[in-house]
Design a protein. Structure first.
Length: 241
């Protein structure tokens, strides 16, 4: 994980998402709905729901949209059903790729994901083929602009909160935690007055792989096709972009 910064990837992803905000809101609404169905409508006792609400806020999703999704998930009856499926595969130059989906039609999703890989220099792998190359981690980012805190002070705050690792750049403090400690660390840092620019459970590559310049556009097309799919929740990879 050392030397790997998610921040640049996050910023690039946010810029791309500005042009397709409606689709992003639709995906988050589905995740909120599922979180409510599995753990109830109170974010105080449903950590998964709270994370989805935080994700909605980070995407500037209107509160009315969040409330509608919570209300929909709270309604009695069978309602909608979605399956969580993870696809593993390789991008150009053997880049490891994980695709998390939330779907009501397995065949449709499998076909769309396979096409996105195959038409852009990649291939679908077997279950477990690349998953072992990623660690599930809590991730928090605190932007340094306007923050009068040095690295030593931030490190002390992170360790006292229960965080595992701090990575520092000119722009941002990046904090990694065990997934089970994520909520505790997040709440402790917020209680100290830190404003979190990003807070999520994510998949972090153990090592990164070089992506040749002549493959970059092809790989970006693959990512765009996957992220544009309504059934795809998240895409992770180990490329050095």
């Amino acid at each position: 994980m050392s030397g790997h910064s998610k921040w640049s990837n996050i910023q690039g992803r946010k810029n791309a998402q500005d042009a397709k905000r409606g689709k992003i809101f639709q995906k988050i609404s589905r995740e909120i709905y599922m979180a409510v169905k599995s753990g109830g409508p109170d974010p105080g006792i449903n950590p998964q729901l709270r994370m989805m609400i935080d994700k909605a806020k980070a995407a500037n999703m209107p509160n009315d949209n969040v409330k509608r999704a919570i209300t929909k998930g709270s309604q009695t009856g069978e309602g909608e059903h979605y399956d969580e499926i993870t696809y593993e595969g390789y991008g150009p130059n053997g880049i490891a790729v994980l695709v998390h989906t939330l779907t009501d039609n397995r065949n449709r999703t499998a076909t769309n994901v396979r096409v996105a890989f195959n038409k852009n220099g990649g291939s679908i792998g077997e279950t477990g083929s690349v998953g072992y190359m990623f660690d599930r981690k809590g991730y928090l980012a605190i932007e340094r602009a306007g923050l009068d805190v040095d690295e030593d002070t931030m490190l002390l705050s992170v360790l006292e909160a229960g965080g595992e690792e701090l990575e520092t750049s000119e722009e941002v403090f990046e904090i990694y935690t065990d997934p089970t400690d994520f909520t505790t660390v997040r709440d402790a840092l917020e209680a100290e007055g830190y404003k979190l620019a990003q807070a999520e459970i994510t998949m972090v590559p153990q090592t990164t792989a070089a992506l040749p310049a002549d493959k970059a556009e092809l790989f970006q097309t693959m990512l765009d096709k996957l992220e544009d799919d309504d059934d795809v929740s998240e895409v992770f990879h180990n490329a050095e972009m």
